[in-house]
Design a protein around this ligand. Structure first.
Ligand SMILES: NC(=O)c1ccc[n+]([C@@H]2O[C@H](COP(=O)([O-])OP(=O)(O)OC[C@H]3O[C@@H](n4cnc5c(N)ncnc54)[C@H](O)[C@@H]3O)[C@@H](O)[C@H]2O)c1
Length: 241
């Protein structure tokens, strides 16, 4: 991707799964990556993989709910998220607070801290948020998760409008079912395969490629948009014939 070499990025939740793939991809594109995760061991293992590939990264143990300052920063990928589910009628305040707190508030607080730093630096910047197909349509057990991801999409649009004057572009990547710690099996469920034209899990590297595009100069006229990397899941209706 154009324009990534020498930039500094923070990728939250990059100790595993999609975040780790985004960190590896940006590092391979020449970005100095801060691998931020609340699990310090996982952050360290992503950094080790990046170093083995001859690229640059630093581990940073943090909880996205408690971040208020960064150093120099060109790119934030706000990826950290919880996918915990509970049926609506049984949903507890605790689950609601944890999911909304990590996903929506975590994205807000990281993006605000990053944007303030970028405004101070005066050279613009990129913020890539991570939503989900669950932020685009409803899903069983996803009252908190879906609301948090729909909130991230709207927050992204608002940030794109308010930060444009500072040359900070803000977009979201919306993954479909992807093979990570959460989805450890070889195949998605039959229900998902029936509805999803590509009928397979996405590989985290396929989500990372879209995030890298949104962080690069190749996306210089793109702001406020949702890029689904979802095997066609969200454009497919229920009708079979
Ligand atoms: N895997 C999927 O199928 C899928 C689909 C759609 C969207 N997503 C989204 O992609 C993102 C990454 O998902 P994943 O499957 O790679 O998840 P994962 O659980 O495999 O990895 C998430 C990482 O985030 C870290 N993390 C969790 N809470 C944190 C916090 N408060 N502060 C800092 N780090 C924290 C965890 O320690 C973990 O290393 C999430 O936002 C998720 O909602 C995933």
């Amino acid at each position: 991707m154009r324009g990534l070499g020498g930039k500094v990025a923070i990728v939250t939740g990059s100790g595993n799964g999609i975040g780790a793939a985004i960190a590896r991809r940006l590092a391979a594109d020449g970005v100095k990556v801060i691998v931020a995760d609340m699990n310090a061991e996982r952050a360290a293992s992503t950094v080790e993989e990046i170093a083995k590939a001859g690229c640059t990264a630093e581990p940073f143990a943090m909880d996205v709910r408690a971040v208020d300052a960064f150093g120099r920063l060109d790119i934030l990928v706000a990826n950290a998220g919880l996918m915990d589910r509970e049926p609506f009628l049984e949903m507890t305040d605790d689950l609601w607070d944890r999911v909304i707190g990590t996903n929506l508030y975590g994205t807000f607080i990281c993006a605000q801290a990053a944007a303030r730093q970028m405004v101070k630096q005066g050279n613009g910047g990129r913020i890539v948020t991570v939503a989900s197909n669950s932020g685009i349509f409803g899903g069983r057990g996803r009252a908190a998760y879906g609301a948090s991801k729909a909130g991230i999409i709207n927050l992204t649009q608002t940030m794109a409008i308010e930060l444009a004057e500072h040359k900070i572009l803000v977009n979201t990547v919306a993954p479909g079912p992807s093979r990570t710690r959460v989805n450890a099996g070889a195949e998605p469920s039959e229900y998902i395969r029936t509805r999803m034209p590509l009928a397979r899990y996405g590989d985290p590297s396929e989500i990372a490629a879209v995030a890298a595009f949104l962080a690069s100069d190749d996306a210089s006229f793109v702001t406020g948009h949702v890029y689904a990397a979802d095997g066609g899941f969200t454009i497919s209706g229920m009708m079979d014939n």
